[in-house]
Ligand binder design. Structure first.
Ligand code: HEM
Length: 116
């Protein structure tokens, strides 16, 4: 039962595979934040392992989540972010992180700022 793992083996979790698994996600290449909302617009916690899993999962998850929330909401309060040209998909280069091949965006001040 299960898989035997030799002592001192290094195990690297396939985070990327988990995030683009078409069995879990419809259209994994499409940027679709509303996929995390149910019919009543409530947040549905996804089956993701962005911060690892189990005993050695990330101890900074709560710090990271609150920092990202403040960072992103501050930007989105002030700017509309538009692609310079239409992106066909989110495919990119996989290294230690994952980067779009090309993703130039325009930060357009929101109406409130334009009027000031
Ligand atoms: C978006 C931001 C972050 C992501 C995606 C992330 C992701 C991860 C993942 C996947 C692991 C587990 C690696 C493994 O399985 O071996 C991990 C571990 C860890 N993370 Fe993060 N992390 C983030 C931010 C942070 C921050 C802000 C801190 C510190 C304030 C932090 C501290 C740690 C530490 C100390 C571990 C090792 C835990 C252990 O081995 O017991 N991380 N992180």
């Amino acid at each position: 039962m299960g898989v035997g793992i030799k002592k001192n083996s290094l195990i690297v979790f396939n985070f990327f595979g988990n995030h683009i698994d078409p069995d879990k996600w419809k259209d994994p290449d499409i940027f679709k934040p509303e996929r995390f909302l149910d019919g009543d617009q409530n947040f549905v916690k996804p089956e993701l392992f962005t911060f690892g899993y189990g005993r050695r999962s990330c101890i900074g998850e709560h710090v990271a989540r609150s920092q990202l929330f403040i960072f992103l909401t501050s930007i989105l309060q002030s700017f509309n972010i538009l692609p310079q040209k239409k992106l066909d998909n989110l495919r990119g280069n996989l290294n230690i992180g994952y980067r779009c091949v090309e993703c130039k965006v325009i930060f357009e001040p929101r109406d409130k700022l334009k009027a000031a």
